[in-house]
Write a new protein. Structure first.
Length: 223
């Protein structure tokens, strides 16, 4: 395993620290195939961040998620009540951390300043981290909302070196999302890809410095 010489760590939130698949639990009440519904919702959510960034028509991640949900409901030809819609959206405020996260973050925090760097809106991130009991581990919670554009824009990644007061090459950025890995490495971070599913890397640009399956392997890589 490659050993990383870094001075701080910034983490993506959704799909990296917390499991977006857990939102599928809320989808079971309205969709015959909750996993398929949730996967479509997540895919459209990300697509809308790319489109809005390209068009220069920013809306925050909560609004983007609402619009992606509306598409998904139509795509699956479902009819849902306002109460069901509210419960689906609020699932994003009550995320489930991956089981290997809680044991590693305290160890990393002893050695490095830690940050969250996410497309999530400030309220989504604050509420989600508080409810997941993870907020005390992170010195900074940085949202793309500050610069009103989404990752993989360099303007979002620049939030971390500015807040952490570290040069970008001394920050390890950790993400499970392939587009985020490519974007962060192109920006100049050291990058760790948490590839839990064994997915192929998008062949768009530079490769991550290290690829791991989980947070336990991440802990070993930065020892």
């Amino acid at each position: 395993m490659v050993k990383l010489n870094i001075q701080g760590i910034a983490f993506d939130m959704y799909g990296t620290v917390v499991d977006v698949g857990a939102v599928a639990e809320a989808c079971k009440a309205i969709a015959p195939d909750a996993v398929a519904f949730n996967n479509q919702w997540r895919a459209k959510q990300l697509e809308y961040t790319f489109l809005r960034s390209t068009m220069g028509k920013y809306q925050d991640f909560w609004k983007v998620s609402e619009q992606a949900l509306e598409f998904t409901v139509r795509r699956f030809d479902l009819s849902i009540s306002p109460g069901q819609r509210k419960r689906l959206m609020e699932a994003w405020l009550d995320p489930t951390p991956y089981p290997d996260v809680a044991g590693i973050l305290p160890r990393l925090k002893e050695r490095y300043p830690l940050a969250i760097l996410s497309n999530g809106s400030p309220n989504m991130l604050k509420t989600g981290l508080d409810r997941a009991a993870l907020r005390p581990h992170f010195r900074w919670v940085l949202s793309a909302d500050t610069v009103r554009i989404y990752k993989p824009s360099p303007r979002v990644y620049q939030l971390a070196p500015r807040a952490m007061k570290l040069q970008k090459q001394h920050i390890l950025f950790v993400s499970s999302n392939s587009f985020d890995v490519v974007g962060a490495k192109g920006f100049g971070f050291r990058v760790c890809w948490i590839n839990r599913a064994g997915a192929p890397l998008d062949p768009l640009g530079p490769r991550p410095d290290v690829t791991v399956k989980n947070f336990d392997e991440l802990g070993a890589a930065v020892k």
